[in-house]
Ligand binder design. Sequence first.
Ligand SMILES: C[S@@+](CC[C@H](N)C(=O)[O-])C[C@H]1O[C@@H](n2cnc3c(N)ncnc32)[C@H](O)[C@@H]1O
Length: 378
Amino acid sequence: MKPFSGFIEELADQLAASGRLSDPAWRAALHAVPRHLFAPPLAWVQGGDGSDRLMDRAVDEEAWLEAVYSDASIAVQFDDGATPLEAGGENHTSSLSAPGVVIAFLELLGPMAHHRVLEIGTGTGWTAGLLAARVGDENVTSVEIDGALSASVGGNLKAAGRSPRLIVADGADGWPAAAPYDRAHVTCGVREVPYAWVEQTRPGGRVVFPWVPGFGYGHKVRLTVTADGRAIGGFCGNAGYMMLRSQRFEHYAPTIDAEGEPSTTRLDPHTVTGDSYGCDVAALVPGLAAVEEETGEGGVRLHLRDPEGSWALADYEPGHDDHLVLQAGPRRLWTEVETAYLRWVSWGGPDRDRFGITITPPRGQNIWLNSPDNPITP
Ligand SMILES: C[S@@+](CC[C@H](N)C(=O)[O-])C[C@H]1O[C@@H](n2cnc3c(N)ncnc32)[C@H](O)[C@@H]1O
């Protein structure tokens, strides 16, 4: 079997070739904080099709190492710990994030060697370890909401010779005791940025997180904190992440316990959800969770729901000009999506890089087009 360093170097080369690793300091951190020290011996490794395969270190260590040093996430908790790890499951509630997205986010964060860094979502501790290798243990504070998860993290980090400050708390509040930070790195998805992260970051500092608004895929965001306590920035590519606990969606099809109001639409629901990342950030429908389901023979059903019980279904069927819609509850969710989509179309369908985001105290979050002076948030 090749040495661990061989697996690490191959992974680093692969990340460099795909443009996600350019800073030699992160290559050095990958070696200093080996990922296998943070992976469970029974590892549920996510495949390209989204399904998990179980790799058992005791059965085949080399195959396990190949998997651990592939660009795949590894689930380390299901159902907030209610389902044993060995049983696996659909509902991942903590993971060792895929190396490609971890390194891409760290490059976006761009900490300097003397910076103080806040991480939200310790998970396995790997990111905290990489950060500690870069800026020193004393400069890293990592917050995890799940005490049971956090309990094993100190051991993982110790094996890598690292000891950043580990806190068990709700990361939505940041960790004011160690503020101010130069960098805040959130490793779970958010729809709305808690102002605490901005407040606890110095002017000129960065707040980096996956923005997962519930419509379409998630987006990497990097904000810079201004002297007057705002944070302004833009979208920097894709990021699919599990959500901050208090901002989770219920990603399941709605329970249809009442008759929906039927109508038809000339818009194709499958195009609306798949059109462009620009459309995804512009489709500002509050509280929305949108999920697509394949219905066979090329058909797709779009499920929309909100936390107050409104739901809508919109069916795309190949060859049809009009598509059936059912809506129920206090809101008309399909109508809201249609309006948001057509608004984006009326602007000429701008791409994601023309949009940005500004956070203002105490709870303001505005999406803008072209310039912070042009907010589009309804
Ligand atoms: C994708 S994992 C993080 C991966 C991790 N950074 C690593 O390097 O392995 C997301 C983590 O965020 C945690 N989390 C979710 N909501 C949180 C909250 N409100 N505060 C702190 N941690 C939270 C989850 O328990 C989970 O462990």
